[in-house]
Ligand binder design. Structure first.
Ligand code: 5AD
Ligand code: SF4
Length: 490
């Protein structure tokens, strides 16, 4: 197993020039080598080789999967949605235990395919194998997996694939296993295969420095590293030239963007610049940590019609005591005051959040604080999670872990509340005309289009398929729970 701790620094003081050209050249070379082998195997089989990339978890992972797909396409594979392919990659999530369980379930199914096709290549990468000791466990439990790698060396996929195709690694059954402890490397310029022609995620930073006590992300994604503003804006310009009209800036905490680049650009300016790129019609971003959300950001959002009227602002708990133990570094009052400042400038903004129920030591009165906060903020929607023990985090060793039945009972009460509030809250838009990015036709109802509004809510409306991939003005006629129906307003 390779352990990388060399931490080559690739920043300059202004945050520019962070391209790692040597690594890019190495990977391009590896792609050519794989392509040659893929060509040979495909000639032998008399058919093209197929590859399937399965993504679990967050938007970051979805973007990483687009990078893996880009590499595979250049390597000569035909991309397919069918897991019974010549090569399958599971790009995994481990933020909660349920994410692991889901992948384990898929692996069982894949084993079945692999038994009948010995030359199938199965890869697992991302957050799950990056967790302490997990790669070894995966290798022990699923020895048929061919390539295991983590988050830090994702850009080395072509090299690892070449190693496997040209003879195999040192693990049992020739498994190639490479997990790096951390990295400072950001490799720009590798191929990407976007899932949608009209919208794209754009990474602005990788990793997280916050160490919320329940969260495994800082351990599996490493310390926060910001991409240079120049690279980000260049990427958005290239995407726009390629037909993209909506982008989502991605970081575990976009509000601390640039903190690692002394004197460098901060998020509000980056966001403003992104919105100015010609051809880009809508800019989204996620995720915002409340402790770092500045008034400057609020002003930039309020001042630009291209920035989506939506803020995902995870609160996690409404109890200041629990927030302190979670290491969130704000109180319930700070959060409510922030919401007030945001709404003072953007009265109609859509606010969404993440909430964890059953954090160690959470009492009934802590939980009531969360319910009270939810009632006061009145979110447009909220993702609610049962606390999940992540080994290696501080919270995993805290006393007073909450019994499942109690956590579940609180979870159910919270869910009822957030759903009822969301139902009432999003009704405020009925009758308005807003802009939707039309994204698909409804297979069940021909002639109906589905699109997403700036506030992130889906709307279905009659319209021609050639409007897909464009911004469409729509009148909202009716609310059906969490989506609307409407009509084109032209
Ligand atoms: N248990 C439950 N939920 C968690 N999250 C992160 N870690 C955990 C955990 N251990 C949630 C947080 C975060 C979202 C992405 O996942 O609410 O905002
Ligand atoms: Fe996890 Fe907290 Fe970082 Fe979000 S800010 S990724 S919850 S440690």
């Amino acid at each position: 197993m390779t352990e990388n701790t060399k931490n080559t620094s690739i920043w300059d003081a202004g945050g520019f020039g962070d391209e790692d050209l040597t690594e890019l050249a190495l990977q391009e070379n590896a792609i050519l080598n794989v392509r040659k082998l893929v060509g040979e195997i495909s000639e032998m089989k008399g058919r093209p080789l197929t590859a399937c990339v399965r993504s679990f978890g967050c938007q970051m992972n979805a973007r990483d999967s687009e990078k893996l797909s880009g590499v595979l396409l250049r390597c000569g594979y035909l991309l397919t949605d069918d897991e019974d392919a010549d090569l399958v990659i599971f790009n995994t999530c481990t933020v909660r235990d349920t994410a692991n369980t889901r992948v384990y379930g898929r692996l069982g199914q894949i084993h079945h395919f692999k038994k009948s096709r010995k030359d199938m290549i199965v890869c697992i990468c991302g957050c799950m194998p990056q967790a302490e000791g997990a790669a070894e466990e995966i290798h022990r439990r699923f020895p048929f997996i061919d390539i295991i790698f983590g988050t830090h060396n994702l850009f080395r996929f072509a090299t690892l694939l070449y190693e496997k195709l040209s003879g195999g690694g040192a693990g049992k059954n020739g498994t190639v296993i490479e997990i790096w402890k951390d990295t400072q490397q950001i490799v720009e310029g590798l191929p990407v295969r976007r899932e949608y022609p009209w919208k794209s995620g754009v990474n602005i930073s990788f990793g997280c420095n916050n160490f919320c006590t329940y969260c495994i992300v800082p351990y599996v994604r490493g310390r926060e590293r910001s991409r240079s503003p120049r690279e980000i804006i260049h990427e958005i310009e290239r995407l726009s030239e390629d037909g993209v009209i909506e982008i989502m800036l991605l970081g575990q905490n976009v509000n601390s963007y640039g903190n690692d680049i002394p004197g460098g650009m901060r998020f509000p300016e980056l966001l403003a610049r992104a919105a100015e790129v010609p051809g880009i019609e809508r800019v989204r971003f996620m995720t915002s940590h409340p402790k770092d959300l500045s008034d400057e950001l609020i002003d930039v959002m309020a001042g630009s019609p291209k920035i989506a009227d939506h803020l995902h602002l995870p609160v996690q708990s409404g109890s200041s005591r629990v927030l302190h133990v979670m290491n969130r570094r704000y109180t319930k009052e700070d959060y409510l005051a922030l919401v007030e400042r945001i709404r003072a400038k953007m009265p109609d903004i859509s606010l969404t959040t993440d909430i964890i129920v059953g954090f160690p030591g959470e009492t009934e009165s802590d939980f009531l604080e969360t319910l009270d906060l939810v009632r006061r903020v009145r979110y447009d929607s909220a993702f609610t999670f049962l606390y999940s023990v992540r080994s290696g985090t501080l919270a995993a060793d805290m006393p007073d872990q909450i019994p499942h039945e109690i956590a579940q009972e609180r979870f159910d009460r919270l869910l009822t509340e957030v759903q009822q509030i969301a139902n009432e809250t999003i009704a405020r838009h009925v009758g308005k005309t807003m802009t939707a990015l039309a994204e698909s036709t409804d297979p069940k109802e021909p002639g109906m289009l589905s699109g997403r509004l700036g506030n992130n809510i889906m709307i279905h409306f009659p319209g021609p398929a050639d409007r897909i991939g464009t911004m469409v003005p729509v009148r909202i006629l009716k609310q059906h729970g969490f989506y609307y129906t409407g009509e084109i307003a032209e």
